[in-house]
Design a protein around this ligand. Structure first.
Ligand code: G6P
Length: 612
């Protein structure tokens, strides 16, 4: 959610700032801007509503340059997407500031600063911080570092800010509270960003700021201070990501690339964590062997697609380990008073590890007497990973498409491993575990084969492209798969899509079914197949058109009003949710392409939601 880049160099930093924004654009993309200290020693900026390309066009038409600069791509919270509300925000030409997150006490601060004569030109909470820092600068003779350290003490909320001032032109200053900030070390030049991906073309050497840290970035080096103002040593890390790992290659969209990366991503997530027969418990970290045998129930919390992964994991945990398991969206969990039975494991699932609600839920859980907290996450440096007791990293690689695909299936792979470890501690014998491990190990190949169904799914997509609504049905573990299929379709094609457990059909949604409502059914050959078939008859009887994804031995036949696509042969339980997710991703993708929407950056959404 929003992206920040900053650089200090003995050369023009504009190209670094703009390229960095391109790499972060998937996080927020309703407006963008850069601000620099020019050769004349004054602040200048270019801003644009819309995509980073719009900003690049503005810069090409009206060039700007400088050796110290900051930039931002925005996902609007306070104030509509517009050039006026785009960052960087200025205060009297003395301070330029970019900001991620939300300043909760902005009204109160705005009133105070207005009283002092500051003029506001935007509707954002951000502009308040620019004025506040300027106000402090006036009192301390232009020391930008000290001003930021003083000003942030007045801020309530979650934020990452980066500031530049011509009054203190040799450095830029960054601060972190609740939103990630990384500083990058170059040769004779240094950088700051909200995410390493922005800086991969210029460096691989990073330090991650911790909560409350403030950093100054100069050409000659970077210094980090903790919340108390003491110099802080943060480990220097070498990123293994390559600049190309976030490039699209020959694919038309990141989403398609990421769908096709799933066999490798799942294989990577399983690698070194399973032998031919068992799951290696140490994969969950050094404390796993101590804590997991004591688990007696599991609470899973997540948002969006990650929440759907949690709903599927409940089947792995309840059926496999016979442990009670609840799953809840993080924004609800964090505001109720959950009752925590003894020896409960808290599991937070998040691709980014920075989703505000999930992180807040984890922090809440840490106070509630859980046995341990566990993060299932795709970003090793994320706050979630740093703060959880146990971690199980998915190894999907950077996911750029806003609609999550490979992050989801790798979460399922990781959660199946967690389920098996818990099952082993609760009576699953070695031969059963070996059977399941073989099934999991086979998933990458099955996904590879499922991807070959793309041409047929592309044809089906044509029958959805002009529709306004779609219904997805599943039962048991494939009900959450249906939920995920509906979410994908609505996110990127803007067709209103809903998922229902097929048994609920007659309790409401059947009223909506007619010839204009395509109904997608996920039909593996499980104990609920016959019941699902009856539910589908109810749809047919009302003239609804059915699109059935089914196992080869389910007996589904294509006929008038019923399209059937047979999945590769596979085994129920662990494999089905993973395999059935693939065609639903492809369906959403091709419908969106036919409708001409912005597949990778759907309107109003953002990749990583770091605000409540
Ligand atoms: C946003 C994204 C979704 C994602 C959700 C949770 O809504 O658009 O794709 O599933 O956040 O994100 P997380 O990083 O916590 O998995």
């Amino acid at each position: 959610m929003c992206g920040i880049v900053g650089a200090v160099a003995p050369r023009d930093v504009t190209p670094i700032l703009v390229e960095g924004l391109r790499r972060l654009e998937y996080r927020g993309y309703d407006s963008a801007g850069v601000a620099l200290i020019t050769a004349d020693g004054v602040l200048d900026r270019r801003r644009a509503q819309g995509k980073v390309q719009q900003l690049a066009d503005n810069i090409a038409a009206q060039p700007i340059s400088g050796h110290r600069g900051i930039s931002h791509t925005r996902w609007a919270t306070h104030g509509v997407p517009s050039e006026r509300n785009a960052h960087p925000h200025f205060s009297e030409g003395q301070v330029a500031l970019v900001h991620n997150g939300i300043i909760e006490n902005h009204d109160e601060l705005r009133a105070e600063l207005r009283g002092k004569g500051y003029l506001f030109s935007s509707e954002t909470d951000t502009e308040v911080v620019a004025h506040l820092i300027n106000d402090t600068l006036k009192l301390n003779g232009g020391d930008l570092l000290a001003s930021v350290q003083t000003a942030v003490k007045r801020l309530h909320g979650a934020y990452a800010i980066v500031v530049v001032s011509p009054l203190d032109p040799d450095r830029i200053v960054a601060a972190r509270a609740g939103c990630p900030v990384v500083v990058g070390h170059g040769d004779g030049e240094n950088y700051v960003a909200s995410d390493v991906q922005a800086l991969l073309p210029v460096t691989r050497r990073f330090q991650f700021l911790e909560e409350g840290d403030v950093a100054e970035i100069r050409e000659s080096g970077i210094r980090i201070f903790d919340a108390k103002g003491a110099v802080a040593e943060r480990p220097l890390r070498e990123s293994s990501l390559s600049a190309e790992s976030v490039e699209r290659g020959d694919y038309a969209h990141y989403m398609l690339k990421e769908i096709f990366e799933q066999p490798r991503a799942i294989a990577d997530t399983l690698a070194e964590r399973i032998t031919g027969k068992r799951v290696l418990e140490a994969a969950l970290g050094p404390k796993a062997e101590l804590l997991l045998p004591r688990v007696k129930s599991v609470h899973i919390v997540a948002c969006g697609t990650s929440y759907h992964a949690g709903l599927i994991a409940r089947y792995y945990i309840e059926q496999g380990a016979k442990l009670p398991c609840t799953v809840e969206v993080a924004s609800e969990y964090r505001y109720r008073d959950p009752v925590v039975p003894p020896n409960t494991l808290f599991v937070a699932i998040s691709q980014s590890g920075e989703t505000a609600d999930t992180l807040a839920a984890l922090r809440e859980a840490r106070k509630l007497g859980y046995l341990a907290t566990c993060a299932i996450c795709n970003v090793p440096e994320s706050s979630l990973v740093r703060e959880a007791d146990l971690t199980l990293m998915t190894r999907a690689g950077p996911e750029i498409g806003v609609a999550s695909t490979k992050a989801f299936t790798t979460q399922l792979a990781a959660l199946s491993l967690l389920g098996l470890v818990l099952a082993r501690h609760n009576g699953m014998d070695a031969s059963t575990e070996a059977l399941f491990v073989r099934q999991i190990a086979h998933v990458p190949e099955l996904v590879e084969r499922t991807l070959k169904l793309e041409p047929q799914i592309k044809q089906w997509a044509q029958q959805f492209a002009d529709k306004r609504h779609a219904l997805f049905l599943g039962r048991g573990p494939t009900y959450p798969v249906a939920l995920e299929g509906a979410l994908k379709l609505k996110e990127i094609s803007y067709i209103h899509a809903e998922a229902y457990p097929a048994g609920e059909l007659k309790h409401g949604p059947l009223a909506l079914v007619d010839a204009d409502m395509p109904v997608v059914a996920v039909a593996p050959n499980n104990a609920l197949l016959e019941k699902l078939k009856s539910n589908l008859q109810e749809v047919r009887a009302r003239g609804g058109k059915l699109f059935v994804f089914a196992d080869p031995d389910t007996g589904f036949q294509a006929e008038d009003g019923v399209e059937v696509l047979l999945m590769p042969e596979h085994i129920e339980a662990i494999q089905s949710p993973l395999i059935y997710t693939i065609p639903l991703q492809l369906l959403a993708y091709h419908v969106a392409v036919l409708r001409g929407t912005d597949v990778d950056q759907p309107r109003n959404l953002a990749k990583s939601v770091t605000v409540e």
